[in-house]
Design a protein around this ligand. Structure first.
Ligand code: ATP
Ligand code: MG
Length: 450
């Protein structure tokens, strides 16, 4: 993309309404625009990162054997009356009536809707196990929307639902989700720690929240510092292998890690003192096993191998896709702007033309731009005829991990400058070498999505 043809309304001034760094940078980098409290327009670059996150989530869910689909955002209240949550959900649910006076609502989550689809089409244990999911907008009328996309009212969420014949199978689905979430967050450049959590209004005994450590996090967390040394990495995993998934769960959840809701001082005291940590975290996902609660109230059952009708065991599993943008920026920035991890960056590399009026510079930049596109990478080419200061400031603010600066002096010596946003280190090299280096870096960060 040529910057002169893009829409990237960056701002120098810090917007006064933004209290935390991710919100400030998302506004300043022209990624979002507030439309009303907790509701945002996604400007091109914000939308681009949101799609990247969505694609990573799809890839990892599909890899785990889960099936994507899409539910309506507006749902009939009758369905929610069946589960008892129409009255139970409280004021966070946005309710409305259609022209015929029928009660409707904007989905804050979708257990009822998925259970309804399931009971309409699945009758036999032979069709199980089944995990269906969607990535769809949700609305919760939060009492205090704040921190930009972190606590919005309208937000983008992956929600998945497993349907299993037995508790044992459903617990395997739970473990499978835990493993797939670990992979998902790591690909986004994040460490998200599974912590034992409280099940709240969804109910059930088994639940973990995934938290990204950050000072601005809304949850207080207590953990054994050994947990931050764990990496999922590139290990191969067979998602159908019950023992393998169970082993990963044990590895990542056996140390003390709790949110304030489940914290127990006596248990925490058993962690060696030099490893006890109290910090803050951002909840970026949660997994639940809740048994037959919804399947019983909504009549979602199958015939087992002996012909008996039995309610299915279920769980639900969420990832806060739009909140993740904020969490990634909270975890990765400096005082000049965002530092995108390679896996989610809106553009792979920035090309800075230091002298837009110089023919040699422009030719070299055009050639670099074409080379990147030819190998399937996505460069952002700052071809504007503006001062170097403004170009550097914008590039730092929007935070592309790599930048190539092309100037007349370097070109005379046959080199361009390649700079790493995270370390600030620069290296001069021939343009072909810079393209090769960037290509290698991104070889393991290709995302195809659905
Ligand atoms: P919270 O405790 O932060 O209100 P929750 O536990 O009610 O969240 P879940 O129902 O578990 O949320 O939803 C799954 C994920 O959706 C959460 O882990 C979080 O990342 C995201 N999420 C929830 N509420 C919001 C919101 N208001 N704005 C943005 N993301 C949200
Ligand atoms: Mg939650």
């Amino acid at each position: 993309m040529r910057l002169s043809r893009y829409f990237l309304p960056t701002m120098k001034e810090t917007p006064s309404e933004a209290q935390i760094v991710s919100h400030r940078y998302m506004l300043r980098a022209g990624m979002i625009k507030q439309s009303s409290a907790g509701i945002y327009s996604w400007l091109p670059m914000g939308f681009k990162v949101l799609r990247k996150l969505e694609n990573i989530v799809h890839e990892e869910q599909i890899r785990a054997g889960h099936v994507p689909m899409l539910m309506p955002t507006l749902q009939s209240a009758d369905l929610w009356r069946e589960s008892g949550r129409y009255d139970g959900y409280g004021e966070e649910m946005l309710r409305m009536q259609d022209r015929h006076g029928r009660d409707m609502l904007f989905s804050p989550t979708a257990e009822e809707m998925f259970t309804d689809v399931f009971r309409a089409h699945v009758n036999s244990y032979k069709d199980l196990p089944l995990t269906l999911y969607q990535i769809q907008w949700k609305f919760r009328d939060e009492i205090r929307p704040r921190f930009g996309v972190m606590r919005g009212r309208e937000f983008f969420m992956k929600d998945g639902y497993n349907f299993d014949l037995t508790k044992e199978d459903a617990l395997h689905a739970y473990n499978r989700h835990l493993v797939s979430y670990l992979r998902t967050y790591e690909r986004m450049g994040l460490q998200a720690i599974p912590m034992r959590a409280d099940s709240g209004p969804i109910g059930g005994d088994y639940t973990h929240e995934f938290l990204v450590l950050a000072e601005t996090g809304e949850s207080e967390v207590f953990y054994d510092s050994q947990i931050t040394d764990l990496k999922f990495g590139d290990r191969a995993i067979d998602y159908d292998d019950v023992a393998q998934c169970q082993a990963v769960l044990e590895e990542f959840t056996s140390r003390y890690a709790r949110t304030d809701e489940t914290h127990e001082a006596d248990e925490f005291a058993k962690v060696p003192e030099d490893r006890q940590r109290v910090a803050r975290g951002i909840e970026v996902g949660q997994i639940f096993y809740f048994g037959t609660q919804y399947s019983e109230s909504m009549g979602a059952s199958v015939q087992d191998s002996e012909g008996n009708k039995v309610p299915v065991h279920m769980g639900s599993h969420g990832i806060g896709v739009s909140r993740l943008l904020g969490a990634i920026i909270e975890a990765s920035h400096d005082d000049k702007g965002i530092i995108w991890p390679e896996g989610v960056t809106p553009f792979h590399v920035g090309i800075l033309n230091m002298r837009a009026k110089d023919e040699a510079c422009t030719e070299a930049c055009d050639a670099l731009y074409d080379s990147f596109k030819a190998i399937g990478l996505d460069p952002l080419y700052d071809d504007r005829d503006t001062g170097a200061g403004a170009k550097f400031a914008d590039m730092d603010l929007i935070g592309l991990p790599w930048r190539i600066t092309v100037g007349p002096r370097g070109l005379k010596n046959g080199v361009v400058e390649l700079t790493c946003r995270r370390t600030g280190e620069s290296e001069e090299m021939p343009d072909a070498q810079a393209v090769e280096k960037i290509s290698q870096i991104y070889a393991k960060h290709r995302v195809t999505g659905l």
